[in-house]
Design a protein around this ligand. Sequence first.
Ligand SMILES: Cc1cc2nc3c(=O)[nH]c(=O)nc-3n(C[C@H](O)[C@H](O)[C@H](O)COP(=O)(O)O)c2cc1C
Length: 380
Amino acid sequence: MAEMMDRFPGIDDLERRAGRRMPRAAWEYLASGTGDEAAMHRNIDRLREVQLNPQLCKGLLNPDTTTTIFGQTYAAPIGIAPVGLTGLIWPGADPALAAAAREAQIPHTLSTVANSAPETIGPIVGDYGWYQLYPPRDGDMRADMLERVAAAGYRTLVVTADVPAPSRRERQRKAHVRVPPAIGPRLVFDAATHPVWTAALLRHGMPGFETLEKYVDGSSLKKLAGFVGASLGGTLSWDYLREVRETWDGNLVVKGILDPTDARECINVGADAVWVSNHGGRQLEASPASIDCLAPIIDELAGAVPVFFDSGIRSGADVARAIAIGADFVFCGRAFMFSLGALGERGPAHAFEILHDGLVNVMHQTGCSTLLELRDRLVT
Ligand SMILES: Cc1cc2nc3c(=O)[nH]c(=O)nc-3n(C[C@H](O)[C@H](O)[C@H](O)COP(=O)(O)O)c2cc1C
């Protein structure tokens, strides 16, 4: 493991290697934003401007990163954000992420449009699974999905609010990201020039949308892809969320909130937490950096519910920055996916180690034994 840390000490090292090992379409799907990608870059740039002022001469510290949310204790306030089409990024991604999360004792959030079903991933992830819902238009389908998710052992539901319509994703278009992939010279060339990815594909088979297969007449990938576009999204309203609240007994989190008034409304409809995110800059290029929306939302909610954060996290220092501003938990999308591209199934454990080790180090450097103390180190 020490040797791995010497070779890949940062998430950016994993990103570079993933870029070489993944086929172009898969890479463009993962690494791109939408439009001019200003929001994606702003997330990272604004986060890096957050400064922490160290307090020194505190003797030997033993920083504690354990965090309790919804009555469960996690090893660190670091979770795996939901990512769709995981099997295109790295075949076999979902079970690998779930197993790594359980081992590391952190949450893994399974997306509605990940390639594995909750019934497959629930037993692998154990108590560390969260489930992300893209709101189905059909009420019966929603009720059935929520029953399946609960039966698979999931207790925390994350409803994603920030996809009112598909975004344009120009880079993806140019890279011909298609489900199913168009079989032709481009694909053959891509597969031949990325042999490790191709071997993983042959091992795991062509990824489908397992969660959704039972709702589609004939589960050909093409039909499923059309179904995803036609059946999920575009329906979310506060009333819809109220209905979800009435049918879901577990914890309810609303993801993709940037506006304090929306955050307040989440509480009014009965959410148990608010997840500040701009989807990693994949929906609205004119969006503010997610980190710039965190403090106003924390002020508005004044501790009524926990506040989670994502978009732009690439290091343990970034985790510390978001925690210092007041986030209760931080999630990463691309960081964990880069790790799969770079190292295959061994990747997520290593990505967690990079992030955790970095967070502990920042706590040492700033004189903080607890995560809460980081808030006093924030330069305002
Ligand atoms: C390739 C990719 C697919 C994603 N798919 C989903 C999804 O299915 N559901 C969802 O709620 N968010 C999805 N997201 C957004 C992530 O959950 C998260 O908000 C984002 O990745 C955070 O930014 P970061 O990548 O800079 O960490 C996706 C992000 C990426 C990069």
